[in-house]
Ligand binder design. Structure first.
Ligand code: NAP
Length: 296
């Protein structure tokens, strides 16, 4: 099967392209040079022979706070782009694999969110992502839409930011304890494992909506503490704070735990997030390579 991957320089896109190449699957990939919301640019990209049988959309505007300040850019990448992509896939008969987010939920629950649970996004990011997944499902009835959460991989992410802050304290560039919120609970997810899960869902010919995240749950504080312990900063103090202390532009769901049992019925279960963090810290994409000059 021929694949196309959009958003290929993002965390997931990079991992997906690397996986497909390792598997010997023919893949063509693009990032911002093919704006998924531009029908002409997209049609030209998809028209190249051989036509793709699977189009995986890893492109998105994922800067959650910037989405509040730039709602048009958010809508373009997260809603209009998937709409254009879905129409193009329908026209060429390609299977669309689209990725969405836990932020489509209101976050006031206490049980893991299943695919059938009512949505209710509280941020521009969440609303535009929900509109994107809905238009994909309305346009391509055989599309696979996968919601995931708290992604880390090659590039910009929470773990890389925490390790950079830790390094700046060790070097003396910054001082004072790190402060991390402890009142948001979710499922951290390694982009490499997510890419494999998506690939296996496609192999299993899964259609419709699925949740896919690493196993277990954590607060951002738990994730930061674990990453610092594993990454060579066990003595660094991390203060627990509350989301409200940060006064961020975008509201975050307090409870963001996805129920992934539907994917598990197909035999697709991701490893616990702690194992995934260890694997990330030992990988060639590890932020430790930048902050300490080497892997742990
Ligand atoms: N990151 C998370 O914690 C998280 C959590 C839940 C769900 N997700 C979802 O998982 C998927 C992958 O996320 P990720 O973390 O891999 O994202 P990412 O690292 O931000 O990568 C997304 C890529 O898409 C590019 N892009 C933005 N607008 C585009 C457009 N109109 N056309 C083509 N490319 C465009 C981005 O470029 P720029 O970087 O220049 O904008 C970036 O290279 C997304 O659907 C996201 O919503 C992510």
């Amino acid at each position: 099967m021929n694949w196309v991957v959009t958003g290929c320089r993002g965390q997931l896109g990079h991992a997906l392209v690397a996986l497909l190449e390792r598997e010997g699957v023919p893949v063509r990939a693009a990032d911002l040079e093919v704006d998924i919301a531009d029908p002409a640019a997209l049609a030209e990209f998809l028209a190249v022979s051989p036509r793709p049988q699977v189009v995986a959309n890893a492109a998105a505007f994922t800067h959650v706070d910037r989405c509040e300040r730039e709602p048009e850019a958010a809508a373009r990448a997260n809603h209009e782009g998937p709409a254009v992509l879905a129409k193009a896939c329908r026209e060429i008969g390609a299977r669309l694999v689209h990725v969405s987010t836990d932020y489509v939920f209101p976050g006031d629950g206490s049980e893991p969110y299943a695919e059938t649970d009512p949505t209710g996004p509280r941020s521009t990011y969440g609303r535009t992502k929900l509109a994107g997944e809905q238009v994909v499902q309305q346009t391509c009835e055989d599309a696979l839409v996968v919601r995931t959460s708290w992604v880390f991989g090659r590039g910009r992410n929470f773990l890389a930011a925490i390790l950079a802050q830790a390094a700046s304290r060790r070097s003396g560039e910054a001082e004072g304890p790190l402060k991390v919120v402890d009142d948001q609970i979710g499922r951290p997810t390694y982009a490499v494992d997510l890419a494999l899960g998506l690939y296996r869902l496609v192999e299993a010919e899964a259609r419709g909506l699925y949740h896919l995240s690493s196993a277990g749950r954590a607060s951002w504080w738990d994730l930061a503490r674990f990453c610092l312990d594993e990454g060579g900063y066990p003595d660094l103090v991390v203060e627990r704070i509350r989301t409200g202390d940060l006064e961020l532009p975008a509201e975050r769901p307090a409870w963001s735990v996805l129920d992934c049992s539907k994917a598990e019925t197909l035999g697709i279960r991701m490893r616990p997030w702690q194992e995934a963090v260890r694997a990330y810290l030992h990988s060639e994409d590890s932020p430790l390579a930048k902050t300490t000059g080497g892997n742990p």
